[in-house]
Design a protein around this ligand. Structure first.
Ligand SMILES: [Mg+2]
Length: 415
């Protein structure tokens, strides 16, 4: 089982970006907060603040008691997202980024001789240097290299800040024994007592338990997946597709008309297409849902009515085909004032499982979509959009959370 994955985790991301941007914060205990109030919680803490026991989620009043010199700064999320894209660009100069797992965690797959430990370590050092040069010396990261992504994330966690840890196959499983069960991604406060009840009270016991014991402890095949991943198996191929990829949008008053609503629908179609490509899925059908406001029925206390339609796509994920399917269904919709639209891809297959487009025209559309994704990634979410989307460009709200980045062409990811 060779090394397969390199995992990059930025250290104290929001706080480090603030220290990079504001020299007066460097070397000081800093907490990033959503607003300046003692009643709120810290959403990030600099390493200097962490030394006082301040963590993500620490109440600000409590944090100030722990560290009277604490500097609170309100989060600048636009900046964090912008730097997130810069970090991806920096990593891309060393190895193509394959997975973006949160605003400050990414992974890449090692190919060919990159799987040799010395090569992989050289790439990791190159990534650190590239990030330093692009973002600045305060943007440090911890990197993990291992035979699968799960173990690479654990390796990245082992040394902070600015760590570089390799878990080689021959070091399994004993290298994990120093960890607590709760240190493993996927074992939280709910799962830990369940494992303990099954007699699994340490990582060592977890790693030496047989497959059936783990299946029983988890109560599902997830236990078997744990058995495999702890042994370094690379579970990339056992990706189970989601049932659907969909986005919906309640129309603002100004878009409850033919042009405004159609533009929003086209944007939603673009988003589901981009998301399907991002996740590596192709879809066989597109469905459209429209909720209407009906003034006559509203008087009869039946405020809304809805309509939906479904169209075969022929196993694709390119923007052009999906937008065309949307406009075809849109033209058939019953008249009325639309108040909400939903666009959903269904019958998904992984792109790996699919043998490929049969027609060269389809190939061209797929290439065009890939190029659009690349440009959006480089120049921001709205660098490319179809002319008809212009109207709706600003109407999709961006949300931000650690596991939910307003990313490239997928502004509000819904999972
Ligand atoms: Mg981090």
């Amino acid at each position: 089982m060779p090394l397969s994955t390199i995992y990059i985790d930025m250290n104290s991301y929001f706080a480090s970006i603030e220290q990079q941007a504001h020299p007066e914060l460097r070397g000081k205990p800093v907490a990033v907060v959503p607003l300046l109030s003692d009643a709120t919680c810290c959403i990030a803490a600099s390493y200097e603040a962490k030394r006082f026991g301040i963590r993500t989620g620490t109440n600000v009043g409590e944090a100030k008691r722990l560290c009277p010199g604490l500097i609170c700064v309100t989060g600048n999320f636009e900046l964090y997202v912008q730097q997130h894209h810069q970090i991806i660009a920096a990593i891309d100069t060393q190895i193509p980024v394959q997975g973006v797992h949160s605003i400050d965690e990414m992974s890449a797959r090692l190919m060919g001789d990159e799987k040799e430990p010395a090569k992989a370590i050289a790439i990791a050092k190159g990534i650190k240097k590239a990030i330093r040069e692009k973002i600045g010396a305060y943007a440090t990261c911890s990197i993990g290299i291992a035979p699968n992504r799960f173990l690479a994330k654990i390796a990245a966690d082992m040394h902070k800040p600015d760590g570089l840890t390799v878990i080689e196959p021959h070091e399994l499983p004993h290298k994990l024994f120093t960890l607590d069960l709760i240190d493993l991604p996927g074992i939280g406060r709910k799962m830990k007592p369940r494992l303990e009840a099954a007699g699994i009270t340490s990582v060592e016991i977890l790693c030496t338990a047989d497959e059936d014991t783990l299946a029983k402890a988890w109560g599902s095949i997830v236990g078997r997946e744990w058995y495999m991943r702890l042994r370094g198996h690379d579970a990339k191929e056992v990706k189970i597709p989601p049932r659907t990829i969909g986005h919906s949008h309640v129309l603002g008053m100004e878009r409850r008309n033919e042009e405004g609503a159609r533009a929003v629908g086209i944007r939603l179609a673009n988003k589901v297409a981009a998301r399907a490509r991002h996740l590596g899925y192709i879809a066989e059908h597109l469905s459209l849902f429209i909720r209407y406001r009906d003034p006559i029925r509203a008087l009869q206390r039946e405020g809304t009515k809805s309509w939906d339609a479904r169209l075969a796509l022929g196993a694709v994920n390119d923007t052009t085909t999906i937008v065309n399917a949307f406009t075809q269904m849109w033209s058939r919709r019953p008249p009325g004032v639309p108040v909400q639209l939903g666009v959903t891809l269904t019958d998904l297959t992984t792109t790996e499982a699919y043998v490929g487009p049969l027609f060269t025209e389809q190939n061209k559309l797929a290439d065009l979509s890939k190029a659009m994704d690349a440009i959006s990634r480089k120049f921001g979410a709205d660098a490319i959009y179809q002319a008809s989307m212009q109207e709706a460009k600003k109407s999709a709200p961006r949300r931000i959370a650690f596991g939910n980045i307003p990313d490239l062409d997928l502004p509000d990811i819904q999972s």
